[in-house]
Design a protein around this ligand. Structure first.
Ligand SMILES: Cc1ncc(COP(=O)(O)O)c(C=O)c1O
Length: 390
């Protein structure tokens, strides 16, 4: 059996041992110094001014949209474009925030929204924001997308939960929008068991994210930020400030375990990204020789930090054959994430508007993926290779 992921952590035993020792000596396990240290380390790694840690990538997505509403940058009824090929908790928060999700088609060869897909949608529909997903470690032509958003006054957010480490000549995936989310769930590029992050260069946005993350209060802000909020609402005593709630929030806090694990796992991150890229490029050679399969285009990407090994067949019949082949070889497989989001039951219940999405439909009907991680042995890679011949 080749599962989607073999271990919860990179360097599993060493990490669990360090975690056990950390827990034994820690005087506090709820969000505190370790979370802050991880935030600083991750912001530096990503090359962003601010990083705000959450208990999951889905929470990070929800918090970004709530923060934009709290800041008055989005309001109920505003249309938010999203990559039609994405994960449920990218699109669900758009609905949960009373915003209107507008699906944007993805190109088959890059798995992603391209600037021409966005331009085509903007011809029919006015958008206030674009919540772009960088799918499975691949990206579209994000620099051009960023320019379109800037020119048209659209807020750009990136869901980078699947693409930590991917780098284009013009910058890292996750550094193109006002904010970007990351996931540290097991099987992602690094794991804190559960966990997520938002990176941003916008200090006001980061401040609001910290308010949204913890009940709407100011406890996790700097003294200067607290002073500003307390002055604005005439909160004069520390006693009253403890239970003063300034804007809408949730409890989406991580724990010190998340903070500790994040810092610890980061030491293995570059090695993991390199290994995933090497695995993908090795297997891709077979895909390029196989007429049953669609070659994927990543010529615009310098570092391809793949989340998984995506396979796109030319027809649904061929996909059936390849699904049977992979399953028969004991390789765990999954659909191409949530496929065309418009075809998901929850979407049908809450959203009226539908758009033509030929590229995403093709990926929905013809795509699948298997796991990609450093613990794949030579035998595992040989087994996957044996399924990729025509
Ligand atoms: C694109 C995308 N967004 C959001 C998430 C949610 O992340 P989490 O599982 O940490 O909530 C995922 C999860 O894999 C994802 O793939």
């Amino acid at each position: 059996m080749i599962p989607l992921m073999k271990n919860a952590f990179l360097n599993e035993y060493e990490t669990k041992k360090a975690l056990a020792e950390f827990i034994l000596q820690a005087s506090r396990l709820s969000m505190d110094a370790e979370c802050l240290k991880f935030e600083r380390k991750f912001a530096e790694y990503q090359g962003r001014k601010e990083a705000v840690l959450f208990n999951s990538g889905g929470s990070a997505n929800l918090a970004m949209l709530q923060a934009l509403k709290n800041l008055g940058l989005l309001k109920e009824g505003d249309k938010v474009g999203f990559s039609a090929l994405t994960w449920s908790t990218n699109t669900m928060p758009i609905i949960q925030m009373g915003l209107v999700p507008v699906a944007i088609d993805c190109e088959i060869s890059t798995l992603n929204v391209m600037s021409h897909n966005l331009e085509a949608r903007l011809e029919q529909t006015e958008l206030k924001a674009l919540f772009l997903t960088n799918v499975l470690g691949f990206t579209g032509d994000i620099e051009r997308i960023q320019t379109i958003c800037r020119e048209r006054g659209l807020i750009l957010l990136e869901d980078n939960c699947e693409s930590l480490g991917t780098e284009l000549p013009c910058g890292k995936a996750g550094n193109f929008g006002m904010g970007a989310s990351f996931s540290f769930f097991v099987a992602h590029h690094m794991s804190t068991i559960e966990g997520g992050m938002v990176c941003t260069d916008d200090q006001e946005f980061a401040e609001m994210l910290r308010i949204v993350r913890a009940n709407g209060w100011d406890r996790n802000l700097t003294a200067q930020q607290q002073h500003k909020w307390r002055q604005k609402f005439k909160i004069t005593s520390e006693f009253e400030a403890k239970y003063t709630f300034y804007d809408l929030g949730f409890n989406l806090r991580p724990t010190e375990i998340t903070g500790f694990l994040g810092q610890y796992q980061m030491q293995f991150l570059d090695q993991n990204i390199k290994c995933r890229e090497d695995n993908y490029l090795r297997l891709e050679k077979l895909v390029l020789q196989n007429d049953d399969l669609v070659p994927l285009n990543h010529a615009h990407i310098n570092t391809l930090s793949t989340f998984a090994i995506p396979v796109v067949c030319k027809t649904p019949q061929l996909r059936n054959q390849y699904l049977a082949r992979f399953s028969g070889a004991g390789i765990e497989i999954r659909p191409m994430i949530a496929g065309n989001m418009q075809r998901q039951p929850f979407f049908g219940k809450y959203v009226q508007e539908r758009y033509e999405l030929p590229g995403t439909d093709f990926l929905h009907d013809n795509g699948f993926y298997c796991g990609n991680y450093p613990e794949l042995s030579e035998t595992d890679l040989e087994t996957i290779s044996s399924c990729l011949y025509s």
